[in-house]
Design a protein around this ligand. Structure first.
Ligand SMILES: N=c1c2ncn([C@@H]3O[C@H](COP(=O)(O)OP(=O)(O)OP(=O)(O)O)[C@@H](O)[C@H]3O)c2ncn1[C@@H]1O[C@H](COP(=O)(O)O)[C@@H](O)[C@H]1O
Length: 104
């Protein structure tokens, strides 16, 4: 199984766990605004690592960012499948536009 799909499944399961033993449950219990705030903080930390050209830190912050995005998506009842479908739709749209702009 893809590691992101596996993490998404764990997050869905842990949302209902005991907040004293689960970070996902604890954060989810604090509500959508708090989850979104954490995502924003991780995004800022990712930007700082990128600007500092610190590849090791950027990798870690990117992992934190993706993890918190998955927690937010789960809270909103959305999934990676929804994001993949949107990306595929855009790829389809741009693919059609690219073909249309090519000379016959
Ligand atoms: N991948 C992660 C993961 N990445 C980051 N984090 C947590 O995200 C938090 C971010 O750090 P911060 O210092 O910003 O946050 P904090 O101080 O804990 O919280 P605040 O009080 O500041 O809001 C840390 O507590 C990290 O442990 C994660 N917590 C859990 N997972 C995975 O999620 C799954 C479920 O975890 P549990 O819900 O804990 O069982 C497991 O597979 C875990 O490996």
């Amino acid at each position: 199984m893809d590691p992101l799909d596996a993490l998404e499944a764990v997050i869905r399961e842990r949302r209902g766990a005991d907040p004293s033993t689960s970070y996902v449950a604890k954060l989810s219990a604090r509500g959508r605004a708090k989850i979104a705030q954490k995502l924003g903080e991780e995004a800022v930390e990712t930007v700082i690592a990128a600007i500092a050209d610190d590849r090791e830190e950027l990798t870690k912050e990117a992992a934190d960012l993706v993890f918190h995005l998955l927690v937010l998506l789960a809270d909103a009842g959305l999934s990676l499948a929804d994001v993949r479908a949107e990306l595929a739709r855009r790829e389809g749209v741009s693919g059609i536009a690219e073909k249309a702009s090519r000379p016959a």
